[in-house]
Design a protein around this ligand. Structure first.
Ligand code: ARG
Length: 464
């Protein structure tokens, strides 16, 4: 890229060329060129509106649209010469338009400013990005539903404090992640409403003297509403912050999900098998198969939280209206969107390939006295107060620890040492199946409820 020439777009009042380093320092083209498609879309809508408002002739409008369409093709063919001396994507495209179509190209910027132009571009770009991300959330959720349905009867230990607590269905555990992702989806849909408001027409900060018709550009660009204040229009970046907040929550969920996968693939848990294509080996330890994808996703959550903090800090000291600070909004926003998108994609590909080690999970659930609460509930049904039952079962567990026996492995006589209310029917509640089947209400872990939740989840996805 060259950096020696003076910028033709605003050079009029300057008596020396901008310092070569300052030109590079203030330029954004290296990163904002990825907005080119949305920039051209916005310019085509603006030119169309200017013709209807009587500011451009039909021939001028056509020349502009034709030129912009060809520039888009040039960019997509990798034949566009991005120039850092032209600062940003907006001025690169406008200069090239004038190269191609002559003086008419210089009329495109009538009645607008780069300030409303860039705010429009980012919103159009982010709207598309959100739609892709929503699609990936749905794809990941579909994978979770299929796995939950297939493994509704598979029993694993449920944990609190990472200590074995009560047996749960593996499908039920997967559906907890489904719930988190449903909230992420809702948040992004809600955020999209505020992304989808149009700043175009705010011009530099105060509006414009031309008879612009903002309803026309609004309709052409598919915005849901027109921004009601020009000062706010050029300076507002709330939508980007909201997106990063929603993206941070989603990454936090994926990070927790990752942490469980990392634990479960370890030799100590050995609950699941991740296919080799989602793992890598070690250059020194031949036995290793590392869960790289979940580890990376867990690590990448930090970048997105950083983007959120960065954007809040970027905005907090800015007086109205546009300030050059705002150019710093793009890299964190792009990075947050890319990171979330890629992480979701990796998970959506990986989740259908997870295989539970059913026997290992079952054995772990059987071992940790996971049906102790069920024994207490059984005694409550025999008429004892819950607190007393808790204590009785505590003694039974202590005996189990000393003798190396789980509750279900004790004989009736052994169990009756702790309460004469215990009868032979106790063994039905001490089994893993008895325990999960008993939690048979909406949101509970009984396999029948897991299947009902899968059906509800499918309806939710179908309504999107
Ligand atoms: N590259 C700038 C940005 O990203 C475009 C708007 C510049 N406006 C200006 N008056 N310098 O924010």
């Amino acid at each position: 890229m060259s950096s020696e020439k003076t910028n033709q777009s605003w050079g009029g009042r300057f008596s020396e060329p901008v310092d070569a380093f300052v030109a590079r320092f203030t330029a954004s083209v290296d990163f904002d060129k990825r907005l080119y498609r949305h920039d051209i879309m916005g310019s085509i809508a603006h030119a169309t509106m200017l013709e209807q408002a009587g500011v451009l002739t039909a021939a001028e409008r056509d020349a502009i649209i034709d030129g912009l369409t060809q520039i888009q093709a040039e960019i997509e063919a990798g034949q566009f010469d991005w120039r850092v001396d032209l600062e940003d994507v907006h001025m690169n495209i406008e200069a090239r338009l004038t190269d191609r179509i002559g003086i008419t190209g210089k009329k495109l910027h009538t009645g607008r400013s780069r300030n409303d132009q860039v705010a429009t571009d980012i919103r159009l770009w982010l709207r598309d990005e959100i739609d892709v991300i929503l699609g990936e959330i749905s794809r990941l959720q579909e994978g979770l539903l299929a796995q939950a349905e297939q493994h509704a009867e598979v029993i694993m230990p449920g944990f609190t404090h990472l200590q074995t607590a009560q047996p749960v269905s593996f499908g039920h555990h997967l559906l907890a992640w489904f719930e988190m992702l449903s909230r992420d989806y809702e948040r992004l849909v809600d955020c999209r409403k505020r992304v989808n408001r149009m700043p175009l027409g705010s011009a530099a900060l105060a509006g414009t003297t031309y008879p612009i018709q903002r309803e026309i550009t609004c309709r052409l660009l598919g915005f849901e509403a027109i921004g009601g204040n020009s000062l706010d229009g050029v300076s507002d970046r709330d939508f980007a912050i909201e997106f990063c907040a929603a993206a941070s929550l989603a990454m936090m969920h994926l990070s927790r999900f990752s942490e469980e996968l990392v634990l479960w693939t370890s030799a100590q848990f050995n609950f699941i098998e991740l296919p080799d294509r989602f793992c890598t080996g070690s250059s020194i330890m031949p036995q290793k198969k590392n869960p790289d994808v979940p580890e990376l996703v867990r690590g990448k959550s930090g970048r997105v939280f950083g983007a959120l903090t960065g954007l809040l800090t970027l905005m907090k000291g800015q007086p109205l209206a546009y300030n050059k600070d705002n150019q710093e909004d793009k890299e964190p926003l792009f990075d947050a969107a890319d990171t979330l998108h890629d992480s979701l994609r990796a998970f959506a590909d990986m989740v259908p390939a997870i295989r539970p080690r059913v026997e290992v999970m079952r054995e772990a659930a059987r071992r940790g006295f996971s049906t102790a609460t069920d024994l207490a509930d059984y005694l409550v049904r025999k008429g004892l107060p819950f607190r007393d039952c808790h204590e009785i079962v505590g003694h039974a567990v202590k005996y189990g620890v000393q003798t190396g026996k789980d509750l279900a492995e004790m004989s009736l006589d052994e169990l009756r040492q702790f309460s004469d209310q215990i009868d032979a029917d106790v063994f039905a509640v001490l089994t893993l199946e008895g325990s999960v089947n008993a939690r048979d209400h909406i949101g509970g872990t009984a396999p029948a409820q897991v299947r009902a939740a899968v059906a509800r989840g499918r309806e939710l996805l179908a309504a999107r």
